[in-house]
Design a protein. Structure first.
Length: 234
């Protein structure tokens, strides 16, 4: 009888542990996701998972873009599917449709860091496709850098910019708002038409929401390569 009671107690503990490991939490309750910014367009989380650690099973209700900050190797374990191993490069941006739950497991000996950007107007974009951009894919070679327009999803245009020290992103106009995600540490200067120069310093993983309606150039004033990703909204 005593052995049966011990066995039953162990069985209940095992069931409880399994239930705990597979139960879903909202992304806002996942302790490795830290809310950095929220407005009518986006909800932005800075994510860090320690070596050989994993997130809780958490839900993504919205489509999202994630920007990898350091080269990483993870296991993406979507509920109801087989795990998928991913190798991600620093500065890589990917899109994922929402309405699923998963665990992100860090397989590496270094921390996994990314910025996850939920697109809060995804449902409206699914019902009524947004206006097209004049350019939705293309690599521009700059003097001392590159501008890579990687993809457009839900009407949001995602680009990666690399600038060597002293290099400038030529004059361009932002008709709508956009989000900047620093992949590397950044020391930059924005020269806005009709205004004075505006210096800025950002650490890797920092985000900044910028309004539209201005034209400017952007110069890397630092001593190292500046790499960042932008998400532009109409």
């Amino acid at each position: 009888m005593k052995r049966r009671l011990i066995f039953a107690a162990l069985l209940l503990c095992a069931i409880a542990l399994v239930a705990q490991s597979t139960s879903e939490v909202e992304i806002t309750a996942e302790p490795r996701h830290h809310l950095a910014l929220e407005n009518q367009y986006v909800r932005v989380f800075q994510v860090e998972v320690a070596p050989h650690d994993a997130t809780l099973m958490h839900i993504h209700h919205h489509d999202y873009v994630y920007v990898t900050l350091v080269a990483s190797q993870i296991s993406n374990e979507v509920k109801g599917e087989a795990p998928v191993a991913l190798k991600l490069q620093a500065g890589e941006a990917r899109f994922r449709a929402g309405n699923f739950a998963h665990i992100a497991r860090n397989l590496a000996d270094t921390p996994f860091r990314n910025v996850t950007i939920e697109l809060l107007q995804d449902e409206a974009a699914h019902k009524t496709p947004p206006a097209k951009w004049d350019e939705e894919r293309g690599l521009h070679i700059l003097a001392g850098g590159t501008q890579d327009i990687m993809f457009v999803q839900d009407g949001v245009r995602v680009s990666e910019i690399d600038l060597q020290p002293g290099a400038t992103l030529p004059s361009h106009h932002h008709s709508g708002p956009h989000l900047m995600v620093a992949v590397t540490d950044l020391d930059v200067r924005s020269d806005v038409e009709g205004q004075g120069p505006m210096p800025g310093h950002f650490k890797s993983g920092d985000v900044k929401w910028l309004p539209g309606g201005y034209t400017h150039t952007l110069t890397n004033t630092g001593k190292q390569e500046a790499k960042f990703v932008t998400l532009e909204f109409h």
